[in-house]
Ligand binder design. Structure first.
Ligand code: PRP
Ligand code: URA
Length: 208
């Protein structure tokens, strides 16, 4: 798992526990998912290149920093939408693309139904966000899709990953670093992560 960074910050792990808890209601789930996404964004962007510029404080001239590259955040619909606000809070200059995928409940294969990206995709740093990396089918498909649209520099941010999902993404997209808050034990027969947090999209949108 050479491409994986597990973000084990205590505040991230505290929020992950709230999200795992079956008794956490939808409203709190949304709030905490957004908050933890913002904290993860902080770590995921730690080595982003910056440029300097001159500015005036009320007292004198000094040097400031700004991000060098354009950034595109791409949530995988639906559950990834729950992480967008957290990312945008710390990256307000980012643009947002969308990939719509759902897992067929029988085959567990991803089915795509929507996509829209900014024109700057090819020259941007792209952050693909989805709370769950389970069988890896959706992550693999979303990354392939992004690359066919020109994306070159991509990081994949999920909250909970399975060992099998990581293996699939690493095999098919060895150039893409993966960030998560936990690598869980495994998958059940229906492709759900164990211990996981259940169906992330359903818990974000109250459709369970
Ligand atoms: C979830 C999740 C991922 C996918 C992960 O989406 O948000 O996109 O499953 O599973 P995989 O690694 O086995 O492909 P889901 O298909 O439930 O769609 P939804 O977000 O619309 O509910
Ligand atoms: N998708 C989810 O939302 N949860 C899982 O555990 C697996 C796939």
């Amino acid at each position: 798992m050479g491409n994986v960074t597990v973000i084990d910050h205590p505040l991230v792990q505290r929020d992950l526990a709230i999200l795992r808890d079956r008794n956490t209601p939808n409203q709190l789930f949304r709030t905490v998912l957004s908050r933890v996404a913002g904290m993860m964004a902080f770590v995921v962007t730690h080595d982003f290149a910056v440029t300097t510029y001159q500015l005036e404080t009320p007292l004198e001239r000094t040097k400031g920093l700004r991000l060098k590259n354009d950034i595109v955040i791409v949530p995988v619909l639906r559950a990834g939408l729950g992480m967008v606000e957290g990312f945008m809070n710390v990256l307000p200059e980012a643009r947002v693309g969308h990939v719509g995928l759902y897992r067929d409940e029988e085959t567990l294969e991803p089915v795509d139904y929507y996509s829209k990206f900014p024109k700057t995709l090819a020259k941007s740093l792209v952050l693909l966000i989805d709370p769950m990396l389970a069988t890896g089918g959706s992550g693999k498909a979303a990354l392939t899709f992004l690359k066919t649209k020109g994306a070159k520099n991509i990081r994949f941010v999920c909250l909970v990953a399975s060992p099998a999902g990581i293996k699939i993404v690493e095999k098919n997209h060895p150039d893409v670093p993966i960030y998560c808050a936990s690598v869980d034990r495994g998958l059940n027969r229906r492709g759900y992560i164990l211990p996981g947090l259940g169906d992330a999209g359903d818990r974000v949108f109250g459709t369970e």
